[in-house]
Design a protein around this ligand. Structure first.
Ligand SMILES: [Mg+2]
Length: 404
């Protein structure tokens, strides 16, 4: 059986959502992101691209480059809802699929060929999504995820492309090496330094040569250039979660201690989200009382990995769940419905200062350990002996059962 892997990608997703909500924005240059001078561009319409605007750029600069652009402060809640709508449509029609980010999906259509013809099936799925949600979406279909994703890139905007079995290499040959997923700026510069700009050149090189230029990464790049890298799908029902829980040495009703512990847990989990470029859209907390009765409560939230969004949500859930006013034996926090995203931590309220603050804090954690910087509220100066406090030399918090 020949593998048929479909890649679906919503076109300029945040921009398209805004245009659905307000048709006056159609065909106008549009920027979505932080609206203040210190804000960051999270998404930009095709009309702004010829001005040199790209996502991740400071809003101030983008505004200078294209003064006529309409600037909209994005709303993560809206986009999360649209994203879930699309997910539901795909879920109903495809047995195995992966949601790889808020606006990107892979589906395994292998074996459908016999009944429907996978290209026809993919076209119908795409048309259905467009009809039911109003959002433009593109797809690529081929024998593997990498080629399909690159085919989507070539098809865009609002179109589709199929690369038949055996034609992967010739499809890739004329494309820029920049288009290979995982070729970042540094790899691109290294390769360009060697005079390599087109995939065709990579295809002609022996793999060993690429490995000596790029290290182990070179092997992946080489395989991708040949169209033979086949990373597996991560099925949606196995979407990962990350969680932690803590059993107190002595059961407690001390609210301050409970909240401090939860805050420290969120901080730690959110750091791991960011490190792995994940966003969560579901928060769960768990309380076990001294009589071993266990209660959980969860909340859907817009995709985020920001402490300052997650901490208040978790504390709010705790307030709602902690009803029995009796001794607590254990508390736990779980973030689930994770998607990958090289988005900012909290797409639209971010300022450059906020992003650099998180960046700096995470950098310290990576270098020196994940409890080396923390919010003053989670230090638990006197109330939590077992939490690590840099000022009193207490031992580090033990984050047991952290599953990823
Ligand atoms: Mg997209």
């Amino acid at each position: 059986m020949q593998p048929q892997i479909l890649h679906l990608d919503l076109d300029t997703f945040f921009v398209s959502c805004e245009r659905l909500l307000d048709s006056r924005l159609l065909k106008r240059p549009l920027l979505v992101g932080g609206t203040g001078d210190r804000g960051v561009v999270a998404a930009c319409s095709y009309e702004t691209r010829r001005f040199g605007i790209h996502s991740g750029m400071s809003m101030k600069l983008a505004r200078q480059l294209c003064p006529e652009a309409t600037i909209i402060r994005g709303n993560a809640g809206t986009y999360t809802k649209f994203s879930q709508q699309v997910t539901e449509i795909i879920k109903e029609r495809v047995p195995v699929f992966e949601k790889s980010s808020i606006d990107e999906f892979y589906a395994d259509l292998s074996g459908m060929d016999k009944f429907f013809g996978s290209y026809k099936y993919a076209s119908e799925l795409r048309n259905l999504i467009i009809k039911e949600t109003g959002l433009p979406i593109s797809f690529g279909l081929s024998s593997n995820k990498v080629v399909s994703k690159m085919a989507t890139g070539e098809a865009k905007p609002n179109n589709q492309m199929r690369v038949d079995h055996g034609l992967e290499k010739s499809f890739l040959a004329p494309l820029s090496i920049r288009k290979i997923p995982s070729v970042g700026k540094r790899t691109f510069e290294t390769l360009r330094g060697l005079g390599i700009t087109k995939i065709h050149t990579l295809q002609e090189m022996p793999m060993e040569m690429l490995i000596s230029a790029l290290g182990v990464h070179g092997q992946t790049i080489w395989k991708r250039a040949q169209g033979i890298d086949r990373p597996p799908l991560v099925p949606f029902h196995e979407r990962k979660s990350i969680s932690t829980e803590r059993t107190f040495g002595k059961d407690t009703t001390n609210m301050e201690q409970l909240k401090t512990t939860l805050t420290a847990m969120v901080e730690n989990l959110a750091f791991h989200l960011r490190t792995n470029e994940k966003l969560t859209s579901c928060v769960t907390i768990r309380i076990r009382y001294s009589d071993f009765q266990t209660y959980t409560r969860q909340m859907k939230i817009p995709y985020t990995s920001a402490d300052h969004i997650l901490i208040p949500k978790v504390l709010e859930l705790f307030e709602k769940l902690y009803q029995r006013r009796m001794l607590v034996r254990l508390v736990g926090v779980r973030f689930s419905d994770l998607v990958s995203g090289n988005y900012q931590i909290n797409m639209f309220e971010d300022t450059q200062e906020m992003l650099s603050l998180y960046h700096a804090m995470d950098h310290i954690r990576k270098r020196f350990g994940d409890r080396k910087v923390m919010y003053a509220t989670s230090m638990g100066a006197k109330t939590i002996g077992s939490l690590h406090n840099p000022f009193n030399g207490e031992p580090p918090i033990v984050l047991a059962h952290r599953n990823q």
